[in-house]
Design a protein around this ligand. Sequence first.
Ligand code: HEC
Ligand code: HEC
Length: 352
Amino acid sequence: MKDAFEPFIKLIALVVGLLVVVTALSAFLIGIVFFVLRGGSLPDLSPDKTEMALLKPLEAVYLGLIPKEGMWKAPEWSSVENEPNAEDIKYGKELIANTSEYLGPNGKVKKISNGMNCQNCHLDAGTAPLGNNYSAVFATYPKIRGRSGQMEDIPKRINDCFERSLNGNVLAPNSREMKSMVAYIEWLGRDVPKGETPKGAGIYEVPFLDRAADPIKGKVAYENLCQSCHMEDGQGMMRADKFGYTYPPLWGENSYNHGAGLFRMSRFAGYVKANMPLGATYERPMLTDEEAWDVAAYVNSLPRPQKDLSKDWPDISKKPIDHPFGPFSDTFPEEQHKFGPFTPIKAARASQ
Ligand code: HEC
Ligand code: HEC
């Protein structure tokens, strides 16, 4: 008897067991559906996102203006001692870093310039990558320049900056000061092959905006990003010893004049994009392209010393597209040559 019922009992036990399992599973699934419907969320089983970000190669997040491979570097400063003209080179560097002390309004040697230092615009004594450095000078001068229409050697080019950027007077080409600055600049560029412009020379070219640069937007950028050092009135801050500035002026009577390179929008925008606010570099720029162009428009709309420019650009077709004074060889107005948009001017030039 007992044996005859045993398979039957086993079958019932199995069916009951299965029913319990199915019920439990359905309850679990219904529970999940309710949980999700009431706003709960299931654990994300995909690979951890923060871990992925950390594993991303560094290059993928590099935000510099240009890659740093192959960037020009100044020769090791200590190697100056091996040069026969080491004393000239050292004095030349000193004059470029502390121009005002020797040649400014209270200059110990001569009083021929406005109180700014060359280094205010040629950062780290002309060695900073995309900081308006001198790396290309020895290799590319003398050359014919469109602004003067003449062959210019290095002393002539330095004197251009004295007369414009430093709003002052020229230094005699055979003076000890001029010879020393030239010696320093030649030493800096000694490893650059003749005729070549190394990577990172001079000033960064900021991509053009598709609109005109806007001084009103630039004023806002100035107040937020520049004013803390260069001051509300743009006059900067003089050093306590009156030999140069802690923060150099950006406009007004002690600033560069309207014949200077920085008065051109592309030079100003490129200089600040890679170097300002102080601490920014080409590897870690801090301004958007728009801020760079707009702040250039603001600063270069304010009063500054004037220079007689009547002899500049004897061949008007050589004027850079952002040279802001007519006559021009094209039909675009002065206003557009000053603030842009520059793309149409460039396109018209290219098709000439
Ligand atoms: C207010 C800013 C400013 C100051 C101050 C200044 N310069 Fe310049 N300098 C410039 C700009 C802008 C350029 C043009 C760069 C360009 O067009 O890419 C330039 C160009 C030059 C060049 C030619 C560079 C090249 O590669 O062709 C030399 C050399 C030079 N400056 C020397 C000097 C010396 C020396 C002093 C000090 C006596 C000086 N500058 C002071 C802004 C300045
Ligand atoms: C934290 C202070 C600081 C801030 C903020 C700052 N600068 Fe400068 N700026 C300097 C110093 C210092 C120099 C001179 C660098 C040197 O001599 O090594 C300089 C130099 C300059 C120069 C070249 C010299 C001259 O006077 O013409 C320009 C142009 C300039 N700054 C523009 C700007 C603009 C535009 C901004 C805002 C986007 C800005 N700076 C923000 C400290 C600052």
